[in-house]
Design a protein. Structure first.
Length: 228
């Protein structure tokens, strides 16, 4: 499978992290993950009394990208900002399963949108591009989501993921054994630090879910990777 950063995304500082997992076992999250995630959210709540959501560095950077692509960050908040806003209201996240819970934890920790997808439900190559007026899908929020001027990931069957909301079609479940993890990294992060972040996340994910991982980084100068 090839994963391609489309030339339409000419935002030259854009960096997309890729982790490919195989032979994973998704289940109810261990108590350690649940406890760590809850404590992290509680600490974030107190931090955000001093530094509002939109002033946090990762959130600010992705709001800037939203504007550069022609989308309104106040109307279509990226997923990391949406999570942060929930926590700022003490509406803490409810555990789902070990893959989704870690995905949310990483998003909060790194202050970036992240999506994880069941590879069994992805066909052909994956292209990451800018959505248009015809782009959209039914999301994990249960609604149809229009993705005009928003970054999307698509396969042979159409769009399935974005930094806004992911599709129901490719959602990870406890039946998932092979997954694709897409990290919409901060533009300011260096390539070396981006690789280190991905390696750290992959190590933690496989420690909880087992399996193997393969890491790659898409940039304007390296817009195509192949995963086996």
């Amino acid at each position: 499978m090839n994963i391609i950063l489309h030339p339409s995304l000419n935002y030259t500082e854009l960096k997309i992290g890729i982790i490919h997992y195989t032979k994973i076992v998704v289940s109810d999250s261990p108590q350690m993950i649940k406890g760590r995630t809850r404590l992290y959210q509680e600490n974030l709540f107190f931090e955000m009394q001093e530094v509002p959501v939109t002033e946090r560095q990762g959130i600010k950077e992705w709001r800037k990208i939203w504007k550069a692509l022609g989308s309104d960050p106040n109307r279509y908040r990226h997923s990391a900002e949406s999570l942060m806003r929930r926590i700022a209201k003490q509406n803490y996240l409810t555990p789902i399963h070990s893959a989704a819970d870690l995905n949310n934890f990483f998003s909060l920790q790194y202050e970036i949108p992240i999506g994880i997808y069941d590879l069994e439900n992805i066909s052909g190559d994956v292209i990451i591009e800018q959505g248009n007026e015809e782009t959209g899908y039914v999301g994990i929020n249960g609604r149809y989501n229009s993705l005009n001027n928003i970054i999307v990931s698509k396969d042979d069957n159409g769009a399935f993921g974005s930094p806004f909301v992911d599709s129901a079609r490719t959602a990870v479940s406890e039946l998932t054994t092979e997954a694709l993890h897409i990290f919409y990294l901060r533009p300011s992060i260096s390539e070396n630090d981006g690789h280190a972040l991905l390696q750290s996340a992959a190590k933690m994910f496989t420690r909880v879910n087992g399996g193997d991982s393969e890491v790659a980084l898409l940039t304007a100068s390296n817009p195509r990777v192949t995963i086996s």
